[in-house]
Design a protein around this ligand. Structure first.
Ligand code: NAD
Length: 496
């Protein structure tokens, strides 16, 4: 049972009570010109945390112009890679020194458990360090052996890069996105999700405090339909990156297409976990239950279709029920809570609605789920849910984005692979078996950006992470390929 809450840090209290919070543009805290504001709420209490200035489209355009000017005039783009590395390390060190503050802001804004929020901030710091170091070791000039010519290619940064992020991993995704762009010498304009803008703004202020030149890191708060749409439709953006739903991803892709701006889309998922008969049933059940309850299942690459070998299905279900009995739903800052709220009322209704529709279409509610009550908190809580039955069910086909898994059984390896691949998405799957030959075979047969063996949700730095089909286009994140995305390639030739 959850008990006494952690107190808010004085610096967090101060940030929240500092009046209407402004974005960061050109090194200044800037209110924008719309005169409009929006609120961000604590998902665990439903209460407003802070009010923020909502940027108008013209404000976003101004931020892009300032980021392009900083690219041309601040010296950031032309710094020697090691000098840029020094500055990025300084930024990372400053974020690390304020890690508790950033993590608490993230925890109350996104409904994250403190340990998970701290892990996300650490990931942000490590992304900065990883790409800062990698950029120093990449050959930016490559000599070409061509008859009759002297020729080489050169990697140059693009200019102002745009980023639109979702609410589930605000600070972690910001690190995955902006660290390679900055390390390559670009400037950035970030549109955080309106549900979770606080940590991004705080961190942009730290970029300024660490001595990053003005206009290199800009954060433009506002509504998706206004500020997000303006950023994706701005022809001055040289590269665009969007992380979020396939529906909005299409709009962003269309807008960038019209301007011929290269775009990366990191979208949703409906990942499978294929569990063979030779696993440790209890340990595997515990890990998969951990996957769907971690951040209350609001994870794009989660395992939400569990394909279980028929011979172990009854034992697996029993082990899952046992593991789910240990889940303690509560306010995210309460000691003892192991699963917090979902981000807002809309998301709670979406989760409950999918479970209801799935059951109406014939799914068996093995663990029924439903709304959860947390004493004294008027937040957005749901119970974990396990459904089972035909995979031709809305709850098995569409992304729910909550603590819900859909189970089905298989008998043959080929059958399991076909079931895993029978989806419009293609983000991440896992295979669970002690037969490593089979594991590799199945992992390679899965049609998705990422296949994991005997684990789910693995993101070591240096391993590319991205999606195919409805889960994403245009690249991915987290690896040397991402860094290369943030350089345009130029060839230079001279006849001999
Ligand atoms: P969303 O698509 O609703 O919103 C994402 C962002 O787009 C927000 O900042 C929002 O303000 C902005 N936006 C909204 N309308 C816009 C418009 N018309 N033009 C431009 N921007 C607009 O997604 P969400 O609900 O915040 O996040 C959940 C989704 O994100 C899920 O589908 C999840 O799978 C996906 N996701 C994917 C990854 C990945 O790496 N592939 C990571 C995290 C989340």
């Amino acid at each position: 049972m959850a008990t006494a809450s952690r107190a808010l840090l004085p610096e967090v209290e101060q940030f929240l009570s500092s009046g209407v919070i402004a974005g960061v543009v050109g090194g200044d805290d800037w209110a924008g010109t719309s005169g409009e504001t929006f609120q961000t709420r604590d998902p665990g209490t439903g209460e407003p945390l802070a009010e923020l200035h909502a940027y108008a489209a013209a404000d976003v355009d101004q931020a892009v112009a300032i980021a392009n000017k900083a690219f041309q005039q601040s010296g950031w783009a032309t710094l020697a890679p090691n000098d840029r590395g020094v500055r990025l390390h300084r930024f990372a060190d400053l974020v690390e020194s304020r890690k508790d503050i950033v993590a608490q802001l993230e925890a109350i804004d996104a409904g994250k458990l403190p340990g998970a929020a701290a892990g996300d901030v650490q990931n942000f710091i490590e992304s900065l360090r990883f790409f800062a170091d990698m950029a120093q070791h990449v050959q930016r000039r490559s000599q070409l052996a061509v008859a009759g010519h002297e020729a080489w290619t050169l990697r140059n940064p693009w200019g102002a890069c745009g980023f639109i992020f979702p609410w589930n991993f605000p600070i972690l995704l910001m690190g995955w996105g902006i660290a390679p762009a900055l390390a390559a010498g670009n400037t950035v304009v970030v549109k955080p999700a309106e549900d979770t803008p606080l940590a991004s703004i705080y961190v942009a202020r730290l970029a300024r405090e660490s001595g990053m030149p003005e206009g290199v890191v800009n954060v433009v708060p506002g509504l998706g339909s206004v500020a997000g749409a303006a950023l994706s439709a701005n022809a001055g953006i040289k590269r665009m990156s969007f992380t979020g739903s396939p529906e909005v991803g299409r709009l962003v892709g269309e807008a960038c297409g019209r301007n011929l701006v290269p775009v990366k889309l990191e979208l949703g998922g409906k990942g499978a976990a294929v569990v063979f008969e030779d696993v440790d049933v209890e340990a595997t059940a515990r890990q998969l239950v951990g996957a769907i309850t971690f951040h209350t299942g609001q994870i794009c690459c989660d395992a939400t279709r569990w394909l279980i070998h028929k011979s172990i299905y009854p034992d697996f279900v029993a082990a899952c029920k046992q593991a789910l009995d240990q889940v303690s739903i509560g306010y995210q800052l309460d000691n003892g809570t192991t699963m917090g709220p979902v981000v807002n009322a809309k998301q709670r209704d979406r989760v409950l609605g999918y479970v209801e529709k799935g059951v109406a279409e014939g799914a068996d509610a093995v663990v029924p789920g439903g709304a959860a009550e947390v004493a004294g908190k008027d937040g957005y809580y749901v119970k974990p849910c396990l459904l089972a039955g035909s995979l031709d069910n809305i709850a098995a086909r569409e992304e729910i984005f909550g603590p819900v898994a859909y189970m089905a059984t298989f008998e043959q390896e080929d059958e399991a692979v076909a079931m895993a691949n029978d989806t419009e998405y293609g983000l991440a799957n896992s295979v669970w078996t002690t037969d490593l030959g089979r594991a590799a075979r199945v992992a390679e047969s899965m049609v998705a950006g990422n296949s994991w063996i005997n684990a789910h949700n693995l993101f070591p730095k240096g391993v590319p992470y991205g999606g195919v089909n409805k889960s994403g286009v245009g690249g991915g994140v987290n690896s040397i390929e991402t860094l290369f995305d943030y350089w345009r390639s130029q060839s230079i030739v001279r006849p001999l």
